[in-house]
Design a protein around this ligand. Sequence first.
Ligand code: HEM
Ligand code: HEM
Length: 176
Amino acid sequence: MTREDIDHPGRLPAWDWAVRLCHWLLASLVAFNLIADDGGWWHRALGYAAVAVVMLRLTWACLASGGARMATLKPSLRETLAYLRAGAPRRVDHDPLGLWMVWLLWLLVLLLGLTGWMSRWDMFWGEDGLLIVHGWLADALLVAVLLHLLGVLVMSLVWRENLPAAMVTGRKRHPE
Ligand code: HEM
Ligand code: HEM
């Protein structure tokens, strides 16, 4: 028996501290910016902070081992189809279907940062185009977040496991 088993019997480490910190920081920053959408100082500063969190998470994926590493973040259509055919069995790391949503969330945050930043360039002064796109991206992000929450809720019920709690404690049950 290892020290791990004594401290946390029957629980496996799934999300390390960096994944959890990045997750809850990103969720808070995105929620703030979807509500405080005035384009003011806080909106811009926290929008750039959200971009920084995504970049830190991706850097961590290149350095870390375990459930945070890049190898667990590679989406694959073939794996997703095989996973669905197998009836979406429980996973300790990201499941292949949820992985597409993870990348969509990150991509939308990066594009929001880019369009928000570009909208302030001199060459786009007085033009609304970029901010209209920024608004569409924000709408898409809102829908993606709602689907993410629905996915987490449905899979928590199907697998009878409290997935949000696992994103807080970092631990999940051993695979059956
Ligand atoms: C604006 C809000 C949110 C955003 C942008 C967001 C984004 C993300 C991202 C990018 C990941 C992948 C984590 C990684 O590998 O680094 C993730 C995973 C996860 N999120 Fe969120 N999240 C949000 C809100 C929430 C909330 C409110 C909850 C809980 C109710 C939640 C529960 C989870 C869980 C459980 C996972 C792990 C999924 C799995 O088991 O594969 N998220 N989220
Ligand atoms: C997570 C990142 C971000 C989210 C979720 C977000 C979301 C939003 C939303 C929902 C709006 C309102 C759009 C509308 O009224 O149709 C908005 C407007 C705006 N955003 Fe962002 N944004 C983010 C990042 C940024 C960044 C990094 C900048 C940097 C400069 C920025 C600058 C602006 C500006 C200037 C407006 C226009 C405000 C106005 O005059 O109506 N945003 N954003």
